[in-house]
Design a binder for this molecule. Structure first.
Ligand SMILES: *[C@@H]1O[C@H](CO)[C@@H](O)[C@H](O)[C@H]1NC(C)=O
Ligand SMILES: *[C@@H]1O[C@H](CO)[C@@H](O)[C@H](O)[C@H]1NC(C)=O
Ligand SMILES: *[C@@H]1O[C@H](CO)[C@@H](O)[C@H](O)[C@H]1NC(C)=O
Ligand SMILES: *[C@@H]1O[C@H](CO)[C@@H](O)[C@H](O)[C@H]1NC(C)=O
Length: 522
């Protein structure tokens, strides 16, 4: 794959790449070799991430039950923009060994993945455990250990068993019990191997897009109510499972357990405008603080600003009670401190300015409650999907916001970060994205004192990207979805990431050095 035409192309691209770097103010090269002046500590966790529904396929194989994404996409084939579904995806159900050898080739020692709830408990309930499903994940975990790669496992990455959705999904308070029952089985059958758990992935995106809106399944469109019920019971379910692990499993399994949240960076549109500064802060509190404050703040509970704002708006809209449920004193105490690390997924930034709320506005929504006008900066590059513009300093801003709000004691682990493009094998935009975002992470560590212990690139290979189907490409490896083999090929960014992991520094001149690397194999 390291053909001469590729090298020629890479030279042609250098000009635009360095323009991108200049535009973003990266002047971090210390010498002519192009290596970053700061480095990643020897014990820094480098990994790569995937999620079950996005790669596994095998939707009805080996005794697996249906998840909401299976059921909904079979009923509504037009939901995804290419009419696709997750029935086969990258076929990792069958090809996990080649996936693991690709992970190994990156040189990373950690692999973040999720378990499909309905592969373990086909109906969602714990009265029947699917032995084939347990065997499948144990085979993956053993293969990873054999290759000296540590699995980091998420219990819930959006693929809820359909029978639980029929009862209201995360808007049903009983979900707290069902999630605990599922986690109890999973800790019992895998806890001897798995030492790092995350309960949930990105509750904001799941609740906002799936319960408040219709961008994600279950597409409930219950704005102003659904997303808050979902958030509330996901938080309670998270804390229940944290304490289950802490009391029943941690004493002998000796692992860690946390949660993965997400946030865009909120850049004030006009930094000299006070109401824009307040709007940016309000956005972060409504998107991230609403989940992080109950878990990581000293005080616990929802942030005051979120609480008051939704209470006030609910009353002014004529409701007797707040649309955001209240925690009991006991629930606040159980949530506070219920995570061993701060898992954060980050992709992009937006410009924020104040959007005055019309107090008489009767149709409630999270957007209306937030009261922020969200725009993209047309100057920030957009190499692929429409929602993702490239603004590396936003990453540093977010890591600092987390540190400022929740302190330096809680270790931050970046559980996802990455960019989409048009699917090129010579993915210069992705090489540049990783270099520049990782450099901002180094600045946050070395200059700002943020306690960042790990980083997972999203994602190992092109995959099923939810509503975007297979049209949006985030992979370090290309996947040929036209071939039944789902052939994987490493992209340029895979070689670049492997070099960062090996050298513990970023090589800003990686692309220029390709000719000298021609004999190297990943
Ligand atoms: C690394 O480069 C940055 C950006 O030029 C500079 O602010 C910083 O002081 C440098 N650090 C070291 C250790 O040289
Ligand atoms: C909520 O309403 C109270 C009473 O009108 C007011 O003092 C407070 O500032 C409001 N809070 C927010 C966040 O809007
Ligand atoms: C600040 O921005 C808001 C809109 O976000 C605008 O209405 C207001 O006039 C601006 N204030 C100043 C002092 O520029
Ligand atoms: C399959 O191949 C066709 C023709 O080469 C191409 O247009 C299409 O994008 C490919 N589909 C996928 C999912 O890669």
């Amino acid at each position: 794959m390291r053909s001469s035409s590729r090298v020629a192309q890479s030279r042609a691209c250098l000009a635009s790449l360095s323009l991108l770097c200049l535009a973003q103010g990266v002047s971090a090269l210390v010498d002519s070799s192009g290596l970053s002046n700061y480095s990643f500590p020897e014990d820094f966790i480098f990994g790569v991430a995937t999620a079950a529904f996005q790669i596994e396929g095998g939707w009805n194989i080996g005794g697996k039950g249906e998840s909401i994404w299976d059921t909904y996409l079979h009923k509504h084939p037009d939901f995804t923009i290419d009419g696709s579904n997750g029935d086969v995806a990258t076929d990792s159900y069958h090809k996990y060994k080649s996936d693991i050898s690709n992970v190994k080739s990156l040189g990373v020692k950690y692999y973040r993945m999720s378990i499909s709830w309905s592969r373990i408990l086909p109906k969602g309930y714990d009265n029947f455990v699917n032995k084939d499903g347990v065997r499948y994940y144990r085979s993956i975990f053993k293969e990873l250990l054999k290759e000296n790669i540590t699995p980091v496992v998420t219990l819930f990455h959006w693929d809820l068993p359909t029978p639980l959705m029929d009862l209201g999904g995360w808007s049903n308070p009983k979900m707290v019990d069902y999630f605990e029952d599922y986690a109890n089985i999973v800790f019992t059958v895998f806890g001897d191997i798995i030492k790092t758990w995350a309960t949930m992935n990105e509750p904001h995106q799941h609740c906002y897009n799936g319960y408040g809106g219709d961008n994600f399944v279950p597409a409930l469109m219950s704005g102003g109510f659904g997303e808050y019920l979902c958030a509330h019971y996901m938080l309670l379910a998270h804390s229940r499972v944290y304490h289950l692990y802490d009391k029943k499993f941690r004493p002998h399994q000796k692992g860690k357990i946390g949660i993965t949240l997400d946030a865009f960076w909120a850049e004030p549109k006009d930094k000299s405008n006070h109401s824009d500064l307040l709007a940016a802060e309000r956005y972060l509190q409504m998107h991230l603080g609403i989940f992080a404050h109950p878990i990581y703040s000293l005080k616990g509970d929802y942030p005051d600003l979120v609480r008051e704002r939704i209470d006030n708006l609910s009353i002014s809209q004529g409701y007797t009670r707040s649309r955001l449920p209240y925690f009991s004193r006991k629930e606040i105490d159980l949530l506070r401190g219920s995570s061993d690390f701060f898992g954060i997924n980050h992709y992009t930034s937006y410009l924020m300015s104040d959007m005055p709320i019309d107090i008489d506005y009767r149709i409630p929504s999270w957007d209306h409650d937030t009261g922020v006008l969200i725009e993209q900066n047309p100057k920030w590059p957009k190499p692929g999907v429409d929602w993702l513009t490239v603004y590396p300093p936003g990453f540093r801003g977010l890591l600092n916001w987390i540190t400022k709000n929740y302190g330096k004691k809680i270790p931050i682990i970046v559980t996802e970060n990455g960019v989409s493009d048009l699917g090129e094998i010579n993915d210069y935009a992705r090489v540049s994205y990783y270099n520049n975002y990782l450099y901002q992470l180094l600045l946050a560590m070395h200059e700002d004192g943020c306690n960042i212990q790990g980083y997972f690139a999203w994602t190992l290979m092109d995959d099923f990207e939810w509503k975007d189907g297979y049209t949006v490409k985030f992979g370090l490896f290309h996947v040929d979805f036209n071939s039944t083999e789902r052939t994987r090929i490493p992209k340029l960014s895979a070689f670049n990431y492997a070099e960062i992991v090996r050298k513990r520094r970023i090589n800003f001149k990686y692309i220029e050095t390709i000719p000298s690397l021609q004999s190297n194999r990943l």
